[in-house]
Design a binder for this molecule. Sequence first.
Ligand code: ADP
Length: 255
Amino acid sequence: MSGDHVLVCDGVVRRFGGVVALKNVSVAVRRGEIFGLVGPNGSGKTTLVNAVTGFYPPQEGRITLDGTQINGLKPFRIASMGVARTFQNVALFHGMSVLDNILMGRHIFMKPNPLASLLYPWWAQKEEVAHRRHVEEVIDLLQLAPARDEHVDVIPLGLQKRVELARALCAEPRLLVLDEPMAGMNQEEKEYMVRFILDAQEALDLTVLIIEHHMDVVTALCDRVLVLNNGQEIAQGPAREAIADPRVVEAYIGK
Ligand code: ADP
């Protein structure tokens, strides 16, 4: 497929014992788009994300990132190739501040090189300034400055999810994978999150793969979607059209 696609999944199959969680699923995410994974509970959305991020590699099919095959690689390799992820249940570093959690997103760039730092201190300093600049840009974008010194354990869930998003953005991902970023949020928090994701996408030129089941959020955020049911594609295309497909309506009502 052409260079316009950041992620291509071709004929992906994933089984868990007798359960076929993904049955020949194909999808191609274009550079710069927000692509939604939609479907009732148990339809295979998380399994597809786990296949892409290397947590549960597919048994059949091929997954490429900018043309390079990634299925079969370990999750940390895939992450270091530019796939950043957030989790449905927030996964932050407890006991640490908002700022320290966000800084963890830069660790993939930080290859300790004490000799170079000694010989070329100006180089190390320049690197440090670049890291800081990017972190501050993300903090501004997500309006996290007032909370930067707070402990992540004591802030509300909506804010915790924003910190997790900030950490993922600090990795400057080629592909940002968001697993239900609105889970557990109230209406106001959801609306804020939609705004932050759209602002970040515009400012940082992001390509996003997002699992989302709130249809208002899907239509507000997603350019295109893949709708899964029982591990199979039942619709794919522009968000509004795909979720209005009678097979999609039936799949949701049938649950
Ligand atoms: P969704 O994210 O759409 O709710 P999942 O991808 O979590 O759906 O699940 C799809 C199917 O795969 C379900 O039947 C689920 O029970 C099964 N499944 C997912 N992960 C595992 C696992 N680690 N072990 C066994 N079965 C799994």
